[in-house]
Design a protein around this ligand. Structure first.
Ligand SMILES: C[S@@+](CC[C@H](N)C(=O)[O-])C[C@H]1O[C@@H](n2cnc3c(N)ncnc32)[C@H](O)[C@@H]1O
Length: 311
């Protein structure tokens, strides 16, 4: 099925990994509260997970085997996906507790952050955007589950065709640039071309007020300037490209990233321990297994100044 007509395979994969981790006794407590259970419900409702798959996931031997296959591609990958969700959940909650009242998740896939937080923070506005093919399946499943709320809006937009600001301002009239906002781009920006990523930050700058945050993940470049995705990176890159979800954007270093976002009027928050999933979550839990070198990194950029980059 062409990309335009089927839900994102990478989004389904991330969601299934989370469900899998929810059935792993060692890792389940590290996930955002309720995220694995809710994702399981969502995928079952959408037909993207079958009851027999869930029964298999409840078997420790099967779960371990699944993890070993994933580890062959990239050690600790599954755990890191779970912890990336935990870090984003913690960062967004922290921002909401400090006064943010608007959350935008771009490329939301089958993530349940907004649907979980919309009930907990009824005075805040939550918006999710994804490609229409993924969005449609998710929206139908959420409606069937009764998860649609007045303070949560889902928008189907192909961001390679329509600018983020145009989509948002046209379809979400209640969007308020004067609110303190958190924008999440989890596992998204690496699939865009560099100029689209630059445009993304520029647009987020015009859509939000100073002090607003962008929480995002990114890849670093390998020696040839391509996105580095672990020891069999060529295989990962080739299979993603075959799925119609090729990787495009990566940065040479954290310093290069800081310069990149600065051009759009953002300052990169620079506290290494805050963004180190091992230090922040695994060490306190007494787990060292997933300490293998990561290739996907997390960052927060704060809307700071006027942008010097035209969008
Ligand atoms: C790897 S998935 C991540 C999903 C989710 N953020 C998560 O981490 O669970 C990437 C997501 O970006 C979305 N995406 C990629 N290109 C897009 C585009 N041009 N317009 C809208 N969404 C896009 C995909 O549909 C997919 O849901």
């Amino acid at each position: 099925m062409p990309r335009a007509q089927r839900p994102s395979l990478t989004a389904v994969k991330v969601a299934r990994v989370l469900v899998h981790l929810g059935h792993r006794r060692a890792y389940a407590p590290l996930l955002p509260a309720g995220a694995a259970e809710r994702t399981q419900q969502l995928l079952l409702q959408a037909g993207l997970l079958k009851p027999w798959m869930v029964r298999w996931m409840q078997r420790p031997a099967y779960n371990r085997a699944l993890e070993q296959i994933g580890d062959w591609f990239s050690p600790g990958q599954a755990v890191r996906i779970g912890l990336r969700k935990r870090l984003i959940d913690d960062e967004v909650r922290d921002a909401l507790n400090r006064g943010a009242t608007q959350v935008l998740v771009v490329g939301a896939g089958f993530d349940t952050l907004c649907s979980r937080l919309a009930g907990e923070y009824p005075a805040c506005r939550f918006v999710e955007i994804d490609h229409p093919a993924t969005h449609g399946v998710k929206r139908n499943a959420m409606q069937a589950l009764g998860w649609v709320r007045p303070n949560l809006e889902l928008l189907g937009v192909d961001l390679s065709q329509v600018a983020l600001s145009e989509a948002l301002l046209r379809h979400i009239p209640a969007w308020d640039r004067s609110r303190q906002t958190v924008v999440v781009a989890e596992g998204l920006l690496m699939y865009l071309h560099r100029h689209h990523v630059a445009r993304f930050f520029g647009e987020v700058h015009t859509l939000t007020r100073a002090g607003s945050l962008v929480v995002f993940s990114y890849l670093k470049s390998d020696a040839n300037g391509r996105p580095y995705t672990g020891r069999v990176g060529w295989l990962t890159r080739a299979s993603l490209a075959l799925m119609g979800e090729g990787l495009h954007w990566s940065v040479a270093s954290t310093e290069a990233l800081a310069t990149f976002v600065e051009t759009s009027g953002f300052a990169l928050e620079s506290e290494p321990a805050r963004f180190d999933l091992g230090v922040r979550y695994l060490v306190p839990a007494g787990i060292e297994q997933a300490g293998a070198a990561p290739f996907e990194f997390l960052a927060v950029a704060r809307h700071r100044t006027e942008s010097s980059r035209p969008i």
